[in-house]
Design a protein around this ligand. Structure first.
Ligand code: MN
Length: 311
């Protein structure tokens, strides 16, 4: 997907490293617009830019799309990141400059690696009508992998394991003993916890930091901290498990990874170590540079003015 950071999402100095040990640090999300849809954005936050290499979390819907009102994210560029798309309901057609044309449905993973440059669209009009609900996440590529060739993977079946009161589907990386087949470019995990009422204990890696986001259903609690939809719960480093309490049927997105050591600049759809590389990437998009290829979409490619600091 595609979007600008709002003032509440901009960085502030002094990211709080001491918070790594608290029970559950809760951050407010913000509302953004992606295509014709409102989304709840829970990463990046002002004082929490990344969780592992995860740098962007958008929760879209539930809403509905029809033949004249849909999710129509026109062709746009990316560099320096991977996009992870995961649906709870509905369908989206992904088209990219690698020639991919892939419908994604619930329980499936679309993983697009931008590397040095890719462009894509995400469409529903003419493809699907009905409810739509899902998440899209970005993973910053590590410095030594950020200029790799673009790639796309679709995974129809992802592994899951039973919890005491539900199950966990491993979207990418490993959780406990269970590993997703998706290719990894960094040490991360993403999982969908489907919880029923009760307490579940989730296995963690002490070398990872973690975040949780409620993406469907009622609040959850970690210790005495209650997490509602639209907020980010942050679990720091050094845990080998955590206990989560649910009062009903709830879906919780769990993301984690080894803390990102690299400076990241995010602007529009680009992730890079410096503003200079973003200025170049954006000027290449405006010029129709071959690094982004072309997308066979009926939608007109998105063009926006350059960053405010590029003049
Ligand atoms: Mn996108």
């Amino acid at each position: 997907m595609s979007g600008f950071l709002q003032p509440a999402d901009q960085p502030v100095e002094g990211d709080d490293a001491d918070a790594h040990r608290c029970e559950l640090e809760i951050h407010d999300g913000s509302i953004a617009t992606v295509g014709a849809f409102q989304v709840r954005r829970t990463l990046p936050r002002r004082v929490k830019r990344t969780i592992g290499q995860w740098c962007f979390v958008d929760h879209m819907g539930p809403g509905s799309v029809s033949d004249d009102h849909g999710l129509d994210v026109a062709p746009h560029p990316h560099i320096g990141l991977q996009t992870v798309t995961w649906l709870l309901d509905g369908a989206i057609l992904h088209r990219d400059s690698l020639g991919t044309e892939q419908v994604i449905r619930p329980g499936q993973l679309n993983l697009m690696t931008a590397g040095n440059g890719v462009s894509h669209s995400e469409e529903t009009v003419g493809v699907y009508s009905g409810p739509l609900h899902g998440v899209q996440l970005w993973v910053a590529l590590p410095t030594d992998r950020r200029a790799i060739d673009p790639a796309f993977e679709h995974h129809r079946d992802l592994p899951a394991f039973e919890l005491d009161h539900g199950d966990a589907t491993v979207i990418i990386g490993s959780l406990g003993e269970v590993a997703s087949p998706a290719s990894l470019e960094s040490e991360i995990v993403g999982a969908d916890l489907r919880l029923r009422s009760g307490r579940d204990v989730i296995p963690l890696d002490p070398a990872f930091e973690y975040g949780i986001v409620v993406i469907d259903g009622p609040d959850v609690a970690v210790g005495d901290r209650v997490l509602t939809q639209g907020k980010l719960g942050y679990l720091g480093l050094g845990r080998d498990e955590f206990a989560i309490d649910s009062t009903g049927d709830t879906r919780v997105l769990l993301i984690g990874g080894v803390p990102c050591p690299d400076p990241l600049v995010m602007w529009w759809n680009y992730v890079a170590p410096s503003r200079a590389e973003i200025i170049e990437a954006h000027s290449d998009w405006a010029d129709g540079h071959e690094r982004y290829g072309t997308v066979a979409s009926p939608l007109e490619r998105l063009v926006v003015p350059g960053p405010p600091w590029s003049a």
